[in-house]
Design a protein around this ligand. Sequence first.
Ligand code: ZN
Length: 287
Amino acid sequence: MHTLIAITFRICFRFGLFVLAFPLLAHASLPLSSNVPGGVAIIPLGSVSTSADMPQTWFGDQPVLVTSDHNQWYAVVGLSLDVTPGSHELHVNIGGVTKALDFVVNTKNYPEQHITLEDTSKVELSDEDEARADREFAVITELKHHWRAAQDTDLAFILPVKGRLAGRFGLRRFFNGEPRAPHAGIDMAVARGTPVKASAQGQVLAVDDYFFNGRTIFVDHGNGLITMYCHLERIDVKTGETVSKGQRIGLSGKTGRATGPHLHWSVVLNGAMVDPELFIPAKHRRR
Ligand SMILES: [Zn+2]
């Protein structure tokens, strides 16, 4: 017991020191950098001491998250699965001066995944279902591009559930032999009714029941970073609500197009669906 108190005290003491040393710039734990389609490019923008104002950055016309780490500014750029490998430009505004920074996106060949669905109504859609799926696609696309400026964004996520990794990010999927959109998240096999936790602090951006994704929660972590939790059996939060890291937001299920109970978890950064595993700190990572 005494040891426990001593350890707790030591942690509090260290944390206290940390807070005192960095009163304004709560530093972010950067995600893993991976300059490939579906990855995250981390681009240094110079020292915090030479430009105290946070630089502003854009990739195309989409604003990009900027954070500080060890007295350096970094742009954290989400690269969508359909970004073309090769040279790209990041537009940066520092102290009123805009310039372009070049960075390179490398090729990545994601493996194929073949899935057999017995309920062919989710593969060969009726006109009505197709119209619904199209409407929802437009709504989801808009949600993914939502931008809310926030003081600080937590970039070190926790896994929303503990479970076997049943489907990796980026898999090139075939449903009953038909090529479909690549897998833009990770699947964790968990029993129906497993509590699903918010992977970081944020605001609930939307909750809905979609044709493909089933009951879904979008959590906005600020500065273009958004997480999506799909196929839920139950949703325990409302749009606009603030959630804390680790807070239960719903229960897992198999609503929408799901072959079995699992949690599909996606991470969106500046409108791009990126590999969620890049945001899990090394000690919790599964590979
Ligand atoms: Zn999935």
